[in-house]
Design a protein around this ligand. Structure first.
Ligand code: C5P
Length: 209
């Protein structure tokens, strides 16, 4: 069984993907981490994230980089969103994601283009979203809890900028697949969102039987 979980930044898609992974006993790939690694490696190379050649060169990042806590920084998320607009970068990361999706037994991938580009044949697709205000509120609280002093308005502006870049790019833009369940978590807590996701996957599995 392949499960695709897409959605904008701070929508809760990562939390939902991990919870589905534990519930169904499937491996999970956070594909955003791959783009973050490319963005961060571009910086380590003193390259320019807006230049396709620099970003492409950074796709040869060492696997150990995926464990670097710096990948979780807000600034790295911004770099990831810049390198991810280059079709060359998306092509370089394509096969790795497809192979993960098609491994025996199935897999869960979370990202922006899983249900549309990486695994259009997925058995269950979810598009997890929430209002920009609510996502900024969650991200702001998370940053404050980690001791990162930042204003709410800065976080909201960053989320809006990332949304615009992710939905506006020409190659594999963030868009809900026609057959994806729209899960708006604006008014839901974590447990309610996870329960809705599990119920949907169960329903899809029943339908395939
Ligand atoms: O999900 P996360 O915030 O870690 O992703 C960082 C950035 O990587 C996103 O803003 C997006 O631009 C890019 N990305 C992408 N395609 C994916 C996953 C992430 O373009 N499948």
């Amino acid at each position: 069984m392949i499960i695709a979980v897409d959605g904008p930044t701070a929508s809760g898609k990562g939390t939902i993907a991990k919870a589905l992974g534990s519930h169904f006993g499937l491996p999970v790939l956070d594909t955003g981490l791959l783009y973050r690694a490319v963005g961060y490696q571009t910086q380590l190379n003193h390259g320019d994230a807006d230049k396709a050649a620099d970003a492409l060169a950074a796709c040869a990042f060492p696997d150990t980089l995926l464990d670097d806590p710096a990948l979780r920084y807000e600034t790295t998320g911004g770099l990831a969103s810049r390198v991810s607009v280059h079709p060359e970068v998306r092509a370089a990361l394509f096969q790795r994601q497809v192979d993960f999706a098609n491994q025996p037994g199935g897999a869960i991938l979370d990202g922006r283009d899983i249900g549309t580009v990486i695994a259009p044949h997925a058995d269950a697709k979810l598009f997890v979203t929430a209002s920009a205000d609510e996502r900024a509120r969650r991200r702001h609280a998370e940053l404050l809890s980690r001791g990162v002093e930042v204003g709410f308005d800065v976080v909201l502006a960053d989320i809006r900028a990332r949304d615009a870049r992710d939905t506006g790019r020409a190659d594999a833009p963030l868009v809900r697949a026609a057959d994806a369940l729209l899960l708006d978590t604006s008014m839901m807590d974590r447990d309610a969102a996870v329960a809705a996701a599990i119920a949907f996957v169960d329903q899809q599995r029943e339908r395939e039987r």
